[in-house]
Design a binder for this molecule. Structure first.
Ligand code: PMP
Length: 549
């Protein structure tokens, strides 16, 4: 009697993997006396944060798995955390493709690692190339994937290197047409696209696998973190072929810190900036004599058809700019979107002379203590980039006043110990704000340096500021009440002292009035107004006889 056919996805996985159980290793320390893993009982000599480095980590560290499940909106049993999206690809091949027998399907030109992993595993690679305009031939993909030996179809969307995307409908139609086959949608670049991710379909479409990475949108390429999202039964198979301890403890800590709730608004601003830079770079490159075509992109790179290649590559060497050379496979090159300054250099290397706008002056500070977890990003040249959330309504409103009247973008998030009081939140955010401003000012060349204002309604506040590099704060004023909302009025002068300290500025404030709300608001508005001309650029001199500020 033949044994019954196993249920999907076991039916398409390698029989030897189905028969395996997950490698049994403790991994992850509990508060038991651990004499079970031949670990060293002593923490290593003081490497920062190393108190548990002597213990093996869990195969899937719990807090990291939970964070990534939350980030992508799936259940924890639908995530496999790995060393980048790359490890997801490796595990898929290992678990599903029998050497010399099974294949994957790819649509070149696309990300090369799918084929590399197939080669390593001894699996075949059925190719259904994109058209000359880099479009997918979906009926051809479905037809070519019909044989049961094709275990998975890789759809990279947005596609690397062409930058274009498949629609959700097209991908779901492939899932529908090939219910036994894994449809692996590589969304490494999806954050840069306007097309919505398919993560919401994970689990309900059993054969859908989504790859996500922290390397691109979250700037963690060097940390190695990514997620494979799939039906829980697929994840269970993959965990059998994932090594027992893929995620080093410092990696877990780094990812959790980089994805702290307070950092998310800064990630969003950076993403917006990358998209704006993608437009600036594309517009600039269209004016380059070396560029024939700039292909539309949903990702953080641009694919270019180029001409006069030798001269262009000589110029790129001269400017020390490296781009990806795909001339042998596609006849094209790929340029990543860098920081505004880097993109300006790239444009110069491409011989573009009319380069739009100088780069914005941006400063970022991330500050974490046991009392507060803060991220701040200021943009002195783009007032639209403002989003503030400190947990104190009145204080958020005051910070908006500084940003608005200072004509700067301020993104600030703080998770503070407000159950104690507002003190740490106000003080620490002021310190972080001052540091970010100082960083954004750079060498201060061309700035106005001084600013003053005397705004009046029934309250009068006089503010004078000098961006001298020397911290000093003088505050004169008596408030008629203790608090405005949850905001203690004594934190108003303390905010400006803290700001002056890290910004390196003299801030003088005199305020008179009958209403604490008006008085505080006038101070914040006044400092904003005073900072506006102080930050404004006119010329290129450092405005000090010392030659430095
Ligand atoms: N998929 C695509 C399409 C990629 O371009 C890359 C990296 N360049 C990856 C996956 C792998 O990303 P990770 O750094 O997460 O391994």
């Amino acid at each position: 009697m033949s044994s019954p056919k196993p249920a999907w996805p076991d039916s398409i996985a390698r029989a030897s993997v189905v028969a395996m159980s997950i490698y049994s290793a403790r991994g992850g320390a509990t508060n038991a006396l651990h004499l079970d893993a031949n670990e060293n009982p002593y923490a290593p000599p003081p490497v920062v944060g190393a108190s548990d480095y002597n213990r093996y980590p869990a195969q899937q560290p719990e807090s990291l798995t939970a964070r990534l499940a939350g980030l992508y909106g799936v259940d924890t049993n639908q995530v496999m955390v790995g060393r980048g999206a790359d490890e997801g690809i490796e595990c898929l091949l290992r678990a599903f493709c029998e050497a010399g027998q099974d294949s994957i399907l790819t649509c070149p030109p696309t990300f090369g690692y799918y084929k590399t992993c197939a080669d390593i595993q001894g699996a075949g690679n059925v190719e259904v190339p994109l058209s000359a305009a880099y479009e997918w031939d979906i009926p051809a993909v479905i037809a070519a994937a019909k044989p049961s030996s094709v275990k998975m179809v890789f759809l990279c969307s947005p596609n690397n290197p062409s930058g274009n995307s498949l629609t959700r409908e097209a991908i779901l139609s492939v899932c529908d047409a090939l219910p036994e086959t894994l449809i692996v949608v590589d969304e490494a670049y999806i954050e840069f696209s306007t097309i919505e991710s398919l993560v919401d379909k994970v689990g309900t479409v059993p054969n859908l696998v989504v790859l996500r990475t922290l390397s691109k949108a979250y700037a963690l390429a060097g940390v190695r973190g990514g997620a494979l999202l799939a039906d829980a039964r697929v994840i269970e198979l993959l965990l059998k072929v994932l090594p027992p301890y893929p995620i080093a403890r410092p990696v877990e800590a780094a990812v959790l810190a980089a994805l702290a709730p307070s950092a998310m608004s800064v990630h969003a601003q950076r993403l917006a900036e990358t998209l704006a830079e993608r437009n600036r770079l594309a517009d600039g490159l269209r004016n380059s004599d070396f560029v024939e075509t700039v292909y539309p992109s949903d990702a953080n790179f641009l694919l270019l058809a180029i001409k006069d290649e030798d001269k262009l590559f000589a110029r790129l060497r001269q400017f020390n700019v490296k781009i990806r050379d795909y001339r042998s496979t596609t006849g094209r090159v790929r340029v990543s979107i860098g920081s505004p300054d880097e993109n300006t250099i790239a444009l110069q290397a491409f011989g573009v002379t009319d380069i739009a706008e100088r780069a914005d002056r941006i400063g970022e500070t991330f500050r974490k203590t046991n009392e507060t977890d803060i991220s701040v990003r200021v943009n002195l040249d783009d007032v639209k980039q403002t989003k503030i959330s400190t947990g104190i309504g009145f204080y958020d409103h005051m910070l908006e006043q500084i940003a608005k009247h200072g004509n700067m973008g301020l993104t600030m998030s703080c998770e503070g110990d407000l159950h104690i009081d507002a003190h740490h939140t106000v003080e620490d955010t002021a310190l972080a704000f001052g540091s970010a401003l100082k960083q954004a000012l750079g060498d201060k060349a061309g700035i106005g340096r001084y600013g003053y204002v005397i705004p009046m309604d029934e309250t009068q506040a006089q503010v004078a500021i000098d961006l001298s590099g020397r911290p000093a704060a003088v505050f004169r004023g008596e408030f008629p009440t203790d608090h405005v909302g949850e905001f203690p009025v004594e934190m108003c002068p303390h905010f400006f002292e803290s700001l002056a300290q890290t910004l390196g500025a003299a801030i003088h404030i005199d305020v008179k009035g009958d209403n604490s709300h008006h008085m505080i608001e006038a101070c914040f508005k006044g400092v904003g107004r005073a900072l506006r001309p102080a930050f404004a650029i006119s010329g290129s001199d450092i405005p000090s006889t010392k030659g430095t500020l």
